[in-house]
Design a protein around this ligand. Structure first.
Ligand code: AMP
Ligand code: ZN
Length: 142
């Protein structure tokens, strides 16, 4: 996709292509240019084909991306104490680059990252909760 920064990395058109850690026929993994913590290692995994949202991916690309996530996670968990996998869809959820990408963020004691920042809410009633179960189940059929 023209003007997509991640497509440019895939095509080796910009400097960040040097930061590619892993590549296969369907996916690449490369360092995020602004890591979430100072020790670095924050890695992005993307399909080579340009899709905007996780729901846009073909099944084959989704499977390939998950295998690359697993491969990179094995490496990152050897030098970190833990790791978060995060994927943002649409601006309201924090998506700023419109090429679907998965963040692998190595975690360390006191690294200052606030991922667990939401407060735990409660459903107003059991029927509200069960209505939500049903709503999502109905949408799965589409
Ligand atoms: P998101 O907010 O989920 O869209 O995340 C986009 C991520 O892409 C951010 O963490 C940026 O630091 C990262 N990013 C943007 N441009 C580049 C680039 N040229 N090379 C590597 N990472 C990038
Ligand atoms: Zn792209």
């Amino acid at each position: 996709m023209k003007d997509c920064i991640f497509c440019k990395i895939i095509k080796k058109e910009i400097g960040q292509s040097k930061d590619i850690i892993y590549e296969d026929d369907k996916t690449i993994a490369f360092l995020d240019i602004t890591p979430a913590q100072k020790k670095g290692g924050h890695t992005l995994i993307i399909p080579k084909k340009h899709y905007e949202l996780v729901t846009d991916m073909s099944d084959a690309d989704a499977k390939a991306v998950m295998l690359t996530i697993k491969k990179l996670s094995k490496a990152l968990l050897q030098f970190s104490q833990g790791m978060n996998i995060i994927q943002n869809n649409k601006r309201v959820a924090g998506q700023y680059v419109n090429h679907v990408h998965f963040h692998l963020i190595p975690r360390f004691d006191n690294d200052g990252i606030l991922i667990e920042k939401w407060t735990a809410n409660k459903y107003n009633s059991e029927s509200d909760r069960l209505n939500m179960v049903q709503t999502i189940k109905n949408l799965l059929k589409d």
